[in-house]
Design a protein around this ligand. Structure first.
Ligand SMILES: [Mn+2]
Length: 300
């Protein structure tokens, strides 16, 4: 008998488990966060978890670019309940949920939603009693067209435009931003006076990729690394349906290359945010889904 196993609300090839206590330890868990209340230009990233998951059914369990089979065990725990219009409450719910995952020895893969949500998993990882991650040892690799280092945006501290400033407030070892091509003077001046933020522009990825590679390779292999990917790091040609599209971005090929280097490090969490489409099969959702798969192919 041929069963149709298509479940668009679960990431393809994710293991079935309704109870967190029964999952395999030292695995990955997907959580969707359909929150887009601070979006200032293009709304709709609340549909990201649904369209990215649905797009996952187009891929296969072998990756020819990396010559690897998908062997990593991962689960999909569904979406958290977000509180629309309330960034802080939504982040508190997400932080608590990630904390539960960490207690079961599962590391988070978060599908956004807008970028403000990245603060919650980073805080959960930094404060977890279930592991020894220390924020002072933690490097955040942040792929984005924007620095997201504004202190207050539209009067709000909790916003997609301020998220890396909030992360920086936690005092991580370093923030490495790659793909940048749009920023305010406030952010540029802030970066110049801080010695734990490194900025690589989209132009750098094309002309000085070896410097970026060297920078990532220098991260101590034992120390925790969190990877945050705003899909707008890609050129709008590849990912048009995002909250704040900026031309002259990077290509999916460059993302593949960066993932290959980053995955050799001790990655403890990933988020992929700002997919803002409600259209099934949209190129932005398909590309985002492929990035999550590439990560799962590569990560140990
Ligand atoms: Mn961005």
């Amino acid at each position: 008998m041929l069963f149709n196993t298509y479940k668009p609300w679960k990431f393809a090839f994710s293991e079935d488990s309704e109870e967190i206590e029964k999952v395999k330890r030292n695995s990955w868990g997907i959580i969707g966060v359909p929150f887009d209340s601070t979006s200032s230009y293009g709304p709709g990233s609340r549909y990201g978890p649904t369209t990215v998951r649905e797009a996952s059914y187009g891929f296969e369990k072998y990756n020819i670019s990396y010559n690897k089979e998908l062997k990593e065990i991962f689960y999909d725990f569904g979406n958290i309940n977000v509180i629309y219009g309330n960034c802080k409450k939504t982040l508190a719910i997400l932080e608590e949920t990630v904390q539960e995952l960490l207690e079961a020895d599962i590391n988070p893969i978060i599908i956004g939603g807008e970028h403000s949500i990245s603060l919650a998993p980073i805080k959960a990882l930094a404060n977890s009693k279930a592991n020894n991650y220390n924020i002072e040892d933690m490097t955040i690799i942040h792929l984005d067209a924007h620095m997201d280092l504004i202190d207050e945006y539209q009067g709000e501290k909790c916003s997609h435009a301020t998220v890396m400033k909030r992360v920086h407030d936690l005092n991580p070892k370093e923030i490495i931003e790659i793909g940048i091509r749009s920023t305010s003077l406030e952010e540029k001046e802030f970066v110049e006076k801080e010695d734990n933020i490194s900025i690589f522009t989209a132009k750098d990825t094309k002309e000085n990729f070896d410097i970026i590679q060297k920078k990532i390779n220098q991260i101590n292999n034992e120390e925790p690394v969190y990877l945050s990917i705003d899909i707008d790091v890609l050129d709008p040609l590849y990912a048009p349906e995002v909250g704040n599209p900026i031309p002259n971005g990077i290509s999916p090929n460059t993302i593949e290359k960066i993932l290959e280097i980053v995955a050799k490090k001790n990655i403890i969490g990933l988020d992929l945010v700002e997919v803002a489409t409600n259209k099934l099969g949209d190129s932005t959702a398909v590309t985002a889904s492929k990035i999550i798969y590439d990560f799962l192919f590569l990560v140990k």
